[in-house]
Design a binder for this molecule. Structure first.
Ligand code: DP6
Length: 320
């Protein structure tokens, strides 16, 4: 009983930050994201009756520290009485550095576990299963531009546009490939409990979602960019004003934001977003990709630049 799945990370343009139910890991706000095409995680799940404990390797290295979340996710897909699993994950991009590797990992894991265990879940049920472990992972079950809604005790995902309907490009400036000190899950709980801006963040999210949803429908790049940058900077303001403060940025992060401002001043359609890490994600159109990539690559402190289009949701693949 072995199966494999592939999923890509997604980048939120309107962010999920804060939980309304920590036990079920339900987000406090809706979010809008783009699913990438060219960065991916491949996950293999092998179920072994009679074998004692789960095991996990990430890029061929044993990863016992990450195993508890993986085991809980497998329990939620396969039930408590499930066989033990040998799980192998490999990603073609730096993990745990604010590049949404948990989103692609848990989206791929629920699909691979479902296949290995011969279960039958809809894509929406899989999104809820993945979201229980990592809220943003729910969005990677779907491709293109997606909106996550909170629906009573579950999440619901709408595809706003398929990947091919608006061929945006995402250029990622890597400024620090190492692991982040505080996970997003921990950090958003600190914000919920201590940030003076948290209630305002919750109150304003519906407006930001509406503006972004309408901008996507109209393919209004500038409007989408304005609201995405605003939403991103509000999320970081929440973190900066939390106690303890959480500043994920480094000098190169800020230098990249200035690079984006310079491109915008030269009338390039580009905008940035930054997640719980120091990398800067820049969204642009096809015709600007080379200029954006070059400008970010020559920004001081940028160690690597990754480029991706928009892609499809998590799906089973043939075991190699
Ligand atoms: C800043 O999905 O990693 O990337 O549910 O605790 O696993 P958990 O959090 P996670 O948070 C993602 C936060 C973000 C914004 C986003 O992707 O919407």
């Amino acid at each position: 009983m072995q199966a494999a799945a592939r999923a890509q990370p997604n980048i939120a343009l309107i962010k999920y930050w804060g939980k309304r139910d920590t036990a079920r890991n339900l987000p406090a706000v809706g979010s809008i994201s783009v699913t990438l095409a060219d960065l991916y995680t491949d996950m293999t799940v092998e179920l072994e009756d009679g074998r004692g404990e789960d095991s996990l390797t990430v890029n061929d290295v044993a990863a016992p520290d990450l195993l508890p979340r993986v085991s809980l996710c497998l329990d939620s897909v396969l039930g408590d009485g499930r066989p033990a699993a040998v799980v192998r994950s490999s990603s073609n991009f730096p993990i745990a550095a604010g590049l949404a590797s948990s989103a692609s990992a848990f989206a791929a894991l629920v699909v691979a576990a479902t296949e290995a265990g011969a279960r039958d879940f809809s894509q929406e049920e899989l999104a809820n299963l993945a979201g229980r472990t990592s809220g943003s992972a729910a969005r990677s079950l779907f491709g293109g531009i997606v909106e996550l809604h909170n629906d009573h005790d579950r999440v619901r995902i709408d595809t706003l546009l398929a990947a091919e309907d608006w061929p945006l490009r995402v250029v990622i400036a890597v400024t620090e490939p190492g692991r982040k000190a505080v996970s997003s899950g921990e950090a958003m709980e600190i914000s919920r409990k201590t940030s003076p801006h948290y209630q305002r963040w919750l109150a304003d999210q519906a407006y930001d979602l509406t503006v972004a949803r309408d901008a996507v429908a109209a393919r209004d790049f500038n409007r989408l960019g304005q609201i995405a940058e605003h939403n991103c900077l509000k999320m970081h303001t929440l973190m900066w004003a939390s106690q303890p403060p959480m500043v994920y940025w480094n000098e190169a992060t800020l230098a990249c934001l200035y690079t984006v401002r310079d491109l915008q001043a030269a009338a390039s359609p580009v905008f940035f977003t930054v997640d719980a890490g120091p990398q800067v994600k820049v969204i642009c159109l096809d015709e600007n990709e080379a200029a954006v990539r070059d400008a970010l690559a020559s920004t001081p402190g940028v160690s690597d630049v990754l480029v991706s289009g928009l892609g499809e949701g998590a799906r089973p693949v043939t075991v190699s």
